[in-house]
Design a protein. Structure first.
Length: 347
């Protein structure tokens, strides 16, 4: 896609330029006692603790995250913050239990997310946070999530936003609210896909292999969202206008098919993704060049994760991977034909 090629070329040029500069300048880097790099823009990493934690839970959380109070700038995510950034919630501090450590990373590095207590974040995987963070306007950051009690995990985004604002970076609440809706929607849709796939597939997967297969379906949906955003941005760049509902529906269905999810996703869930796509292109910044560059980074993560999972699943994984690769080749050509058709209509 021409738009994406421009972005990748610009990113490569910037990276090469940065490398040249780096060879001629001495860069001083500070680290904390546990080796955490201190970013010069933020200083220390920012630790945002859930307001509902007791003192003993707070201490336990910091131990899990491997931090001490002297190594981080500490903030607290409250019920009021939930309302501020997401536009909803009860305002009750007691429900704010997950915590995050956020650090700025080098420009162009993308977003990384690690869940240090996966048994206690019951609904959201690390990769599922990435698309919403990009939607919210978060760039180039490492995020560690932890909870010492079982939580679904949705409120962790609030902690990330508070960390950014605590360091002087503004969060667009319209984008943050859309990001939360995206997280909630895709969490529900991915679970529906998993349930449908597990009931449809007659396999002999072990419990561990089944967990990996479930993670693969999540990765497929994560990549589906990336492709929807990329295609919307590409079409807008070509036509200088937003896509119609018909075009959006085509984009969504093609992305679903590309990632081998058509047989597992309901029309109701497709409609939810179409609704999200409509909001992507009417919310300022979601489809801008910087966000698309961040999507290119996380897309590589999703593909790598899917490849690792399918490699572990033997013939079941080979079948899944092969189908996806076949779909992506065929439907990329088909979509290029469709885009050219619409472009010619507007010329």
């Amino acid at each position: 896609m021409k738009f994406h090629k421009y972005i990748l070329l610009a990113s490569l040029t910037m990276s090469l330029g940065a490398g040249i500069i780096a060879t001629n300048q001495k860069v001083e880097a500070s680290t904390t006692n546990n080796g955490t790099v201190i970013d010069e823009r933020w200083g220390k990493p920012t630790f945002v603790a859930g307001a509902g934690l007791s003192n003993s839970q707070l201490t336990e959380t910091m131990n899990v995250l491997g931090i001490t109070s002297s190594e981080v700038n500490q903030q607290t995510a409250t019920g009021a913050d939930l309302i501020k950034y997401l536009g909803s919630g009860s305002g009750d501090d007691s429900v704010m239990l997950s915590s995050v450590v956020v650090n700025r990373t080098d420009s162009g590095s993308g977003i990384t997310v690690d869940i240090l207590t996966p048994a206690n974040i019951t609904q959201i995987s690390a990769d599922q946070y990435k698309n919403p963070l990009v939607t919210a306007g978060i760039t180039d950051a490492s995020v560690k999530v932890a909870s010492v009690v079982k939580v679904t995990g949705e409120s962790a985004l609030t902690g990330v936003y508070k960390a950014f604002e605590a360091n002087g970076e503004t969060i667009d609440t319209n984008r943050a609210q859309l990001a939360q809706d995206e997280l909630d929607t895709t969490s529900d849709v991915s679970q529906n896909i998993i349930d449908s796939a597990n009931s449809s597939n007659d396999s002999t997967l072990s419990s561990s292999e089944q967990d990996q297969a479930d993670e693969a379906y999540k990765s497929q949906l994560n990549q589906t969202l990336v492709e929807i955003k990329q295609e919307l941005a590409d079409l807008k760049e070509q036509n200088r206008s937003n896509a119609s509902t018909t075009q959006i529906t085509t984009i969504v269905n093609n992305a679903i098919q590309n990632n081998n999810l058509t047989q597992y996703i309901s029309q109701a869930d497709i409609d939810k993704l179409v609704s999200l796509a409509e909001r992507y292109q009417t919310t300022d910044g979601v489809l801008d060049a910087e966000s698309i560059a961040q999507l290119d980074k996380i897309s590589s993560d999703f593909k790598d994760n899917l490849n690792k999972i399918t490699d572990k699943l033997g013939s079941f994984g080979d079948q899944l991977k092969g189908t996806i690769e076949d779909n992506q080749g065929f439907f990329t050509n088909l979509w290029n034909t469709i885009k050219n058709f619409f472009t010619n209509l507007t010329n």
